[in-house]
Design a protein around this ligand. Structure first.
Ligand SMILES: C[S@@+](CC[C@H](N)C(=O)[O-])C[C@H]1O[C@@H](n2cnc3c(N)ncnc32)[C@H](O)[C@@H]1O
Length: 299
């Protein structure tokens, strides 16, 4: 069977299994198998697959047909250009979350708070001479903490998660991206792991925000493969925002900020939760699909 025939046959199979964008999915699987950039497949359409390659592709396509996420099958994904290993213990990083990470490093690297340009190799000190600090609450794969550490070489990041399995993965990802020495990983439920006088310039989180009853209605790839603890935000999906609005203030420096990702249609409720706790909501930013996605607030 040629590369082109394998793509066509497998895409037809995945289409019947209701997998979204079936042809793209097959191309990504085949590119992974043949260790080629996807675009190179187009130059190899007439190449005949070996028997081993055909068997391996069949196995990968079968798994995708059972709705296992592509990233679980290939073992990794890209987040802000950094390679992040994924498994069943942590949420697969989403493209929307890249925007949250970007807002975080812009906050650190903007005028008066510059903590180093990874491209120039220079690191300007924070005006207070303190090392700027950030907390990634609910780190999962570690994607936000890792992007922040990599883009802000002068900053120190703390990453917390309730799941020890997710933390093991996050540590592996930090090492893979050579930022392990600047991220402290803590296991804990909420803020319980922190001393009362711990203070951060920036608290970031993409907390679980799916209302419990909606979890059953999610795509199979999400419902059956992302960990429940990464999805379940309580009856109305807002439990973590109430907790963060009530408790995060104590851990923020006076001119610090909190930046939070949230789900579709949750912006107004979350804004109210924070304003009721006397936060100043500075902005609600949209994602690339023009959906309100990130709230920034200060005390
Ligand atoms: C939606 S996932 C986000 C993962 C990652 N930050 C990202 O954006 O891809 C939420 C994370 O919060 C963690 N989590 C859930 N409950 C927690 C709690 N009570 N304390 C700390 N972390 C918690 C979950 O284990 C999960 O890794």
């Amino acid at each position: 069977m040629t590369v082109l025939e394998a793509i066509q046959k497998s895409a037809e199979f995945l289409g019947k299994k209701n997998v979204e964008s079936p042809r793209l999915q097959v191309e990504l699987l085949l590119a992974h198998l043949l260790k080629l950039p996807r675009m190179k497949l187009y130059l190899n359409f007439e190449r005949v697959l070996t028997a081993t390659e055909t068997d391996s592709l069949r196995e990968l396509v079968k798994r995708r047909g059972q709705r296992e996420p592509l990233q679980h099958i290939t073992g990794s994904t890209s987040f802000c250009g950094y390679e992040i290993a994924v498994n069943r213990h942590a949420l697969v990083p989403r493209p929307e979350t890249e925007l949250l990470a970007e807002l975080g490093w812009q906050f650190f690297n903007r005028e008066g708070r510059r903590v180093g340009d990874p491209n120039s190799g220079t690191a300007t000190r924070h005006p207070s001479q303190d090392i700027p600090t950030a907390l990634d609450f609910g780190t999962g794969t570690g994607c936000i903490a890792i992007a922040l550490a990599a883009k802000c070489p002068g900053a120190k990041i703390t990453a917390i998660d309730v799941s020890t399995d997710a933390l093991a993965l996050a540590k592996e990802n930090a090492a893979r991206n050579k930022v392990a020495e600047r991220i402290e990983f803590l296991q804990g439920d909420g803020f319980t792991a922190f001393a009362a006088d711990s203070k951060f310039d920036l608290i970031m989180s993409n907390p679980p925000y799916i209302p419990t009853a909606e979890i059953e209605t999610l795509q199979t790839e999400v419902r059956d493969f992302d960990p429940r603890a990464a999805l379940d935000g309580g009856a109305d999906g807002l439990d973590f925002y109430r907790m963060l609005a009530a408790q995060a203030k104590q851990f923020l420096k006076p001119d610090g900020k909190i930046m939070l990702e949230f789900g579709d249609g949750q912006a107004d409720a979350i804004k109210r939760i924070f304003e009721n706790e006397k936060w100043i909501v500075e902005a609600v930013k949209e994602d690339y699909s023009q959906r309100e996605r990130i709230l920034t607030a200060k005390i």
